[in-house]
Ligand binder design. Structure first.
Ligand code: ZN
Ligand code: ZN
Length: 360
């Protein structure tokens, strides 16, 4: 779809569904506000359902905007596509906020997968297969699907039954590719007392477990340290997700263009937490989300001093966000991280074997 920008009208119309889908991808990539993305996603879904003849008639009679949810912006895109012209909105988005990699190029090239991402089973915006196709298109050999755990109700966390169902769905989807695999996983909530928000037997079944703090971020540092160490020491936990929970000012949405005030991360004894990560062979995540950029530099340096393994993950909630790994790779490269210490530079089998063999 990227070459739609050079489309020659003489070659006939563009498929409005493909064009709208690409616009959704690019809006997500630049972390556009949800309601704006939804306008294009809704238009895409509506057009996909519509009889093509009716669409062409409406375009000719200029009644596209009479369709529910089609406004001036989305109807302009549909009209341009049907006329075989590169839609202005698409051309503009392709040209803005491309995710370029700098000093982390070597690391990015070494990454074979992404260990932290969400589907619409929890709070992501796309079905599992769409996330998988996007990850595969980026050259990944695998992705670990890590939807949220039950107590994160705001994010539609998966209870044990839904997670079991998801495992069956993944099993079926994996029959589709011989060059790509969806690994099973979870982003399990680290509860205030340090326990994990999912059944032990289920955690045991999953290929890779990311554990993160999402609630009571401002609790006392001593308590927070104990809470995180308990999780890190669990034989089920493989990766410590966004360790501070910080949100960087001005980076909410779209990228770099807001006055978002940010959020101070939680306080904990990082020496103790990273020592535990090293001791229990739990990787520290470099979270690539532009508004997270977690851990901050001084903590990444400390994790490296302790010899912790790392995982460079997007925490993508939409296909376009899977492109964010360069942010984390550049940061890791600035700290002299070697590809071998990043667990998602490993092949899927090696990753799964490591994840199932933690010291206790
Ligand atoms: Zn999280
Ligand atoms: Zn997440």
């Amino acid at each position: 779809m990227a070459d739609a920008c050079d489309h020659d009208p003489a070659d006939g119309p563009l498929d409005p569904v493909d064009v709208l889908d690409r616009i959704v991808y690019l809006l997500d990539r630049r972390l556009e506000e949800g309601r704006r993305v939804r306008a294009y996603a809704n238009a895409r879904d509506l057009v996909a359902e519509l009889d093509p003849d009716e669409l062409r008639t409406r375009h000719r009679e200029r009644t596209l905007t009479e369709l529910p949810g089609i406004g001036p912006a989305t109807s302009a895109v549909i009209a341009e596509a049907l006329d075989g012209k590169a839609p202005k909105k698409l051309t503009e988005l392709e040209a803005t906020n491309p995710i370029d990699v700098g000093e982390g190029a070597e690391l990015r090239a070494a990454l074979r997968g992404d260990c932290h991402l969400h589907s619409n089973w929890s709070d992501g915006g796309a079905p599992i297969e769409k996330m998988a196709e996007a990850a595969r298109a980026l050259g990944h050999e695998y992705m670990v699907l890590t939807d949220h755990s039950p107590r994160l109700t705001i994010a539609h966390g998966l209870d044990p039954d839904r997670l079991r169902k998801q495992l069956d769905v993944i099993d079926e989807l994996n029959g589709r590719w011989d060059d790509f695999r969806i690994l099973t996983g979870i982003e399990v909530d680290i509860l205030a007392d340090g326990t994990l928000d999912q059944d032990e037997d289920l955690l045991d079944r999953l290929d890779v477990v990311v554990a993160s703090v999402h609630s009571k971020l401002s609790m006392d540092a001593k308590e927070m340290t104990r809470r995180m160490v308990m999780a890190v020491a669990s034989p089920h936990v493989d990766i410590l997700g966004h360790c501070t929970g910080q949100k960087v000012p001005g980076h909410q949405r779209p990228i770099g263009k807001s006055d978002f005030a940010g959020r101070v991360g939680s306080s904990f004894d990082a020496e103790v937490v990273f020592a535990a990560c090293a001791r229990f062979d739990t990787a520290v995540e470099i979270n690539c989300r532009p508004e997270r950029q977690d851990p901050p530099d001084h903590l990444l340096e400390l994790a490296l001093e302790w010899g912790c393994k790392l995982s460079i993950d997007t925490d993508a909630h939409a296909p376009g966000q899977l492109e964010w790994q360069p942010f984390g790779c550049d940061k890791a490269a600035r700290h002299g991280v070697a590809p071998e210490q990043v667990v998602n530079t490993w092949a899927a089998d090696q990753l799964v074997e490591w994840a199932s063999a933690h010291p206790t």
